[in-house]
Ligand binder design. Structure first.
Ligand code: HEM
Length: 460
């Protein structure tokens, strides 16, 4: 079969299409799928060829192909200025696998329980800033929770001035990517020009430099501290040795830390904000969820919810609400592109080496044949059926699957349980909520507000 269908337009139209994709990513994807079907190229006359798939069979083939036949790291060059060349996301082969093996355990299994207290405490602290009747920006509040949680996991309990500075500078760095305008250089590298601190790229460079300096200072002081009792992720990375017994360099550590801070906080904050929005929009969902959370054993001891973390993580309806949130609004619209190193045939199409294959999470999650009434928020679908990893892929798949998936779901569940047991919330924004691009992810708009209408005295 020839190549998949897609537009073949002159440069100017292509540029306009790219802008549409940057500013209205969901609409752009849906329009293309409607016009060209479940497999399409982004443009027939650009090189390399970029192909989107939303048929689970195609996704299964992509995720099951030997990762050695893909050059995933080169496809992620877009992230190089942000993450640095030593980031796990930009590594390939044995180095990538080694970093994954090292970083998986702290984000899985019993280690999750050790983060329960900080998740609940930070959530309580954020809730305590909300006043009845006074609207607050939901995304910023959720970001406050996820940033403190990931900083804590990465650096351990830490109250130094440097930690505070890092928190502020990281927030500014991520805010500098928050709108399609300020992050436009991500998509048009020719705009990576330093026209001073007020230009998008200039501002980014200065903030990135500050974050780098703070991270290197922290790494060096932790090397000197040499405390064997710490069990945070930085300590783990400092103790790691490669196959010839060498430790990671400061630059390698810096890039891995920024990767975890970036990947682990933006995404979870947006997922939490979407969850609150979806729960608010359907009173029957809110009621069911609240009934489930209220059925937890009553306990007036401090940190009661954190102590119940294992029970909360297993609550079926809460789990279904989190899964459905990530189905309807997958934060990452697709996993990282897989670039073919050898000729490959998928769904009857033959691709040359160098083709970018994209499993479209968004389009797959909105297929009518897998998810009837796909635009409706229906947590019940996750109670009545199990979906395959090729039908449901908010965390990607294969050798690149998100290492923070279990951690993110655990954090979402504990933070939502804390919020719902402590207060009644209502959407305070009157205009329709449109999904908005934030760098490479899609989030609720920064101006989406909610208001506390009443306080509750559920488990603390
Ligand atoms: C709701 C929250 C999250 C979502 C939706 C999400 C989504 C994703 C996706 C789609 C990928 C690409 C997978 C692929 O290409 O197959 C990914 C990779 C990754 N995620 Fe997450 N993520 C989330 C939370 C986290 C957290 C909390 C962490 C940190 C602890 C994290 C760390 C990473 C890392 C390091 C990678 C790169 C893995 C690799 O290259 O091997 N993510 N994530």
């Amino acid at each position: 079969m020839s190549l998949p269908d897609g537009p073949s337009s002159p440069v100017l139209i292509r540029r306009l299409r790219t802008l549409h994709w940057i500013f209205r990513p969901l609409e752009a994807l849906e329009q293309r799928a409607q016009r060209y079907g479940e497999t399409f190229t982004i443009s027939k006359n650009i090189s390399p060829l970029v192909v989107y798939f939303s048929n689970p069979q195609a996704i299964q083939q992509i995720f099951s192909t030997d990762p050695e036949l893909f050059d995933t790291n080169s496809a992620n060059d877009i992230l190089l200025p942000l993450l640095g060349e030593n980031s796990m996301i930009l590594l390939g082969g044995a180095k990538h696998q080694r970093q994954r093996k090292l970083l998986m355990p702290p984000f899985h299994g019993d280690r999750l329980k050790t983060y329960a207290q900080v998740i609940c405490q930070v959530t309580e602290q954020v809730i305590s800033q909300w006043q009845i009747g006074k609207p607050f920006a939901v995304r910023a509040a959720m970001q406050e929770i996820s940033l403190q949680v990931i900083l804590n996991a990465v650096f351990g309990i830490h109250k130094s001035d440097r930690y505070q500075q890092l928190k502020q500078t990281l927030t500014s760095l991520l805010e500098s990517l928050a709108s399609p305008f300020s992050s436009i250089w991500l998509f048009f590298p020719s705009l990576q020009k330093d026209w001073g601190a007020w230009s998008p790229w200039g501002r980014f460079l200065r903030l990135k430099q500050q974050v780098n300096e703070l991270l290197i200072a922290e790494i060096q002081s932790r090397r000197n501290e040499n405390n064997p009792h710490r069990d945070d992720i930085l300590s783990l990375l400092l103790a790691a040795r490669d196959e010839v017994g060498q430790p990671m360099t400061d630059e390698e550590l810096r890039d891995e830390l920024i990767t975890l801070l970036f990947a682990g906080h933006e995404t979870t904050a947006s997922a939490l904000a979407w969850a609150l929005y979806c729960i608010d929009s359907l009173p029957e969902v809110k009621e069911k969820l609240r009934a489930e959370i209220d059925s937890l054993p009553a306990n007036s001891e401090p940190n009661a919810l954190a102590k119940l973390n294992e029970v909360i993580a297993r609550l079926p309806y809460l789990n279904a609400v989190c899964c459905e949130t990530l189905r309807i609004y997958p934060i990452a619209l697709n996993p990282f592109p897989r670039v073919t190193k050898v000729p490959m045939e998928i769904m009857g199409y033959k691709f040359e080496p160098g083709t970018l294959l994209l499993a479209s999470t968004y389009l797959t999650h909105h297929r009518e044949d897998i998810y009837p009434e796909p635009k409706q928020f229906k947590p019940e679908r996750f109670l009545s059926r199990q979906f395959s990893p090729y039908e449901y892929l908010p965390f990607g798949g294969s050798d690149r699957r998100c290492i923070g998936a279990a951690f993110a779901l655990f954090e979402m569940k504990l933070a939502l349980a804390t919020i719902l047991s402590r207060c009644e919330l209502k959407l305070a924004t009157k205009h329709p909520i449109k999904p908005t691009r934030r760098g490479l992810t899609v989030a609720p708009p920064a101006n989406m507000q909610m208001v506390v209408t009443a306080l509750r005295d559920g488990n603390k």
